[in-house]
Design a protein around this ligand. Structure first.
Ligand code: ADP
Ligand code: MG
Length: 430
């Protein structure tokens, strides 16, 4: 009745030998199968579809699509919650240049010999949209390719924390422990979110030690280096530094152009070299924004295949991307400090001081937040201009981020300051 099963990014398709079988299976087993897949495979994003496959010869079981694999849960991976890996996030699709070549080499090393000393744990850090998730998932995809039986678990730290809280509330912490200590490769994305849970850090510490002792590969990413992670216990930080720490920096013009070329290879109609150069010249801070701009150009070209995209037309088409980039570049930290100071009727000296009075702390931290989230300045630059350590800046940023959700007045003040710089709340980076 079933001729093949395919799975792409958590979307399962069961192909059947006739239409009746597809409907029967859908009605009888659809929901049950979906629930079973969610439990065994993790992601809530699992979907399942039943289709009559006219091309299939009955009773031959073959994956239907090129990238598809029949993924029946391995015993060891049973019940481990993992988020799906993106098939496109491979080493082949990752363009290297001076900004990321060390991180890339380290990731390749970890993927080739998972658990090898020197690469374990591997810690990759860098700004938003610079390819950390891509390279981390490339490790997972590569290990899976070389060894389909390996149980690779990819999670964001936030999701991991939620799993932990769920396990606590459903009194299944013992199962939680057992399951995460049995996997072969643990990929934890955006580890900075771990600062939210003290108990979870204790739990992660033990999981980390157990996996590391067993020679299992651990990879983590974060927006800052381990030593600059605020709110994370020193003993965890020192473990994060045990293996290899690599940074991904902003790509150079050549690398940006190479990335755009790679991303545009699959586009139809092809995007001209001049258009790619225009994007690489004008959008510098995030690969994700570059991709957005390229996508926009591509849509335009599909609407009018004969269009000649001059720099003038491109400037107009990509106005939003370019303006955002320009504004974020233009505003200086000094301007932010003085604008926030006047909003709160304090002096810039008081903002720069270390006095802990609430009436100085809020504007001080708000200014830090704006510098970090609404400009393209690096953490060291911001720290220098505030005369503070990296950790103090990050602590301030985090504290404001939390308060913004619950203090409308603070949010109003933020909007008021950034709108003077021509920015809106959505222009936030990361
Ligand atoms: P991060 O996790 O650092 O915020 P992502 O890994 O999500 O960034 O990357 C954002 C986008 O940019 C993704 O679509 C990714 O494929 C792309 N990207 C980033 N760096 C590269 C690179 N060096 N080569 C190819 N694509 C890249
Ligand atoms: Mg990411």
């Amino acid at each position: 009745m079933v001729t093949s099963i395919s799975e792409v990014n958590g979307h399962y398709t069961v192909f059947t030998g006739n239409q009746f079988a597809a409907e029967l299976l859908r009605d009888t087993y659809g929901i049950k199968l979906k629930n079973a897949l969610i439990l065994s495979d993790g992601g809530e994003a699992v979907t399942i579809d039943f289709k009559f496959d006219e091309s299939a010869k009955p009773s031959i079981i073959v994956p239907k699509q090129k990238n598809a694999e029949v993924r029946l849960p391995e015993k060891s991976s049973l019940f481990v919650s993992t988020m799906p890996l993106n098939d496109d996030y491979t080493f082949d699709e990752f363009v290297t240049g001076p900004s990321n070549s060390w991180a890339h080499a380290a990731a390749k090393g970890a993927a080739k010999e998972p658990g090898k000393k020197g690469f374990n744990p591997l810690f990759i850090h860098g700004g938003t949209g610079l390819g950390k998730t891509h390279i981390m998932q490339a490790i997972g995809n590569e290990i899976k390719k070389n060894n389909p039986k390996a149980s690779v678990c990819y999670l964001t730290a936030e999701r991991f924390l939620n799993e932990y809280v769920n396990a606590l509330t459903s009194s299944s912490i013992q199962q939680f422990r057992e399951r995460y200590r049995k996997i072969d490769v643990l990929l934890v994305d955006d580890i900075q979110f771990m600062s939210r849970g003290k108990d979870f850090q204790e739990e992660f510490f033990n999981t980390f030690n157990s996996l590391h002792n067993d020679g299992k590969q651990i990879v983590m990413t974060s927006d800052v280096a381990p030593k600059d992670l605020p709110g994370i216990e020193p003993r965890l930080i020192s473990r994060f530094e045990w293996g290899m720490v690599q940074e991904i920096e902003q790509p150079s013009y050549e690398t940006r152009l190479a990335i755009l070329k790679k991303k545009s290879e699959v586009m139809d109609p092809p995007v001209s070299e001049d258009s790619l150069k225009f994007i690489a010249q004008n959008i510098k801070s995030h690969v994700r924004a570059m991709e957005g701009a390229l996508g926009k150009v591509n849509v335009m070209m599909r609407l009018d295949r004969t269009i000649k995209l001059s720099d003038e037309i491109l400037s107009h088409l990509l106005k939003d991307f370019i303006e955002k980039e320009k504004k974020q570049k233009k505003v200086t930290i000094e301007e932010i400090q003085s604008s926030v100071a006047s909003k709160y009727s304090v002096s810039v000296q008081q903002i720069l001081s270390s006095e802990r009075t609430a009436s100085f702390v809020t504007p001080r931290q708000l200014a830090m937040y704006i510098a970090r989230k609404y400009t393209t300045k690096s953490l060291p630059e911001i720290a220098k201009e505030f005369e503070k350590t990296h950790a103090t800046i990050l602590h301030g940023v985090k504290s404001i981020a939390k308060r913004l959700d619950v203090e409308p007045e603070l949010k109003e003040n933020l909007i008021s300051v950034i709108s003077d710089f021509g920015l809106t709340i959505e222009d936030r980076i990361g």
